[in-house]
Design a protein around this ligand. Structure first.
Ligand code: ADP
Ligand code: C5P
Ligand code: MG
Length: 229
């Protein structure tokens, strides 16, 4: 089980670069006085990230932001300059340039915290999915949000594929089909796993066996969240 293997790696620090600080993100932190507390939620396509995030929101004081959902909404937004690009990247299972995704995430966090300053705990689902995502986060959010840990839903590729194909019967998603899924799995293995490994080396990964039933997985998630506070 990858969860167990990952536990043995230690002592490495992420080497993201620090650059300019976005004024608007600083504004989030200062206006609300609480720095956003973030849990990154990662795992293969269909591992159950969205399902578990919904259960976490029901039971804990977190707001769920799915990068994929935000990108799909932007794809559908009338007048969007990025809509076509996003549509193409999603179908091809590729990761959209971070400038687009970080802007959507940042705006969503700002809006939520502006409405209610107590809502400063975020589950950021499906991000950072590659080195570009990570660099973009560090550039815009480093110092302005605190990443508490990474919740990693560990699931065999075939289980992920089967779940997405099943979801595809009703999801209407352009990427829940065999052709896109093969590409999504490759992207996950080549681009996302190395990011999970980097966080693991920082001791920041909390790994859950996502192949179990929804309730069993959630019992393990509870164990982690109750311990993390
Ligand atoms: P992700 O957000 O990681 O892509 P979802 O939460 O959308 O995954 O789940 C993918 C599909 O698998 C959905 O149809 C969901 O109902 C189903 N699913 C989620 N978790 C489980 C589980 N533990 N066991 C079986 N099916 C699951
Ligand atoms: O997480 P989800 O399965 O909803 O993501 C669907 C697609 O959205 C990904 O396969 C990818 O094309 C795009 N995406 C992205 N960057 C992210 C998250 C999702 O490009 N950080
Ligand atoms: Mg999802």
């Amino acid at each position: 089980m990858i969860c167990r293997l990952l536990k043995n790696v230690a002592g490495y620090r992420l080497s993201g670069y620090r650059a300019f600080t976005s004024a608007s993100v600083s504004a989030i932190a200062s206006a609300a006085m609480k720095k956003p507390q973030v849990v990154f939620v990662l795992g293969g396509p269909g591992a159950g990230k969205g399902t578990q995030c919904a259960k976490i929101v029901e039971n804990y004081n977190y707001t769920h932001l799915s990068a994929g959902d935000l990108l799909r909404a932007e794809r559908a937004r009338e007048g969007s300059q990025s809509g076509l690009l996003i549509a193409n990247f999603i179908k091809e299972g590729k990761i959209v340039p971070v400038e687009i995704t970080i802007d959507l995430l940042k705006r969503a966090m700002e809006e939520i915290m502006k409405k209610d300053e107590q809502k400063y705990r975020f589950l950021i689902d499906g991000f950072p999915r590659n080195e570009d995502n990570l660099q973009g986060w560090n550039k815009v959010m480093d110092g302005n949000a605190h990443v508490n840990f990474v919740l990693f839903f560990d699931c065999a590729d075939q289980v992920c594929i089967d779940r997405c194909l099943e979801r595809g019967k009703s999801s209407g998603r352009s990427d829940d089909n065999r052709e896109s899924l093969e590409k999504r799995i490759q992207t996950y293995l080549r681009s996302t796993r190395p990011i999970i490994d980097l966080y693991q080396k920082q001791g920041k990964v909390r790994c859950v066996d996502a192949s179990k039933s929804v309730d069993e997985v959630f019992a393990d998630v509870r164990g982690i969240l109750d311990k993390e506070g």
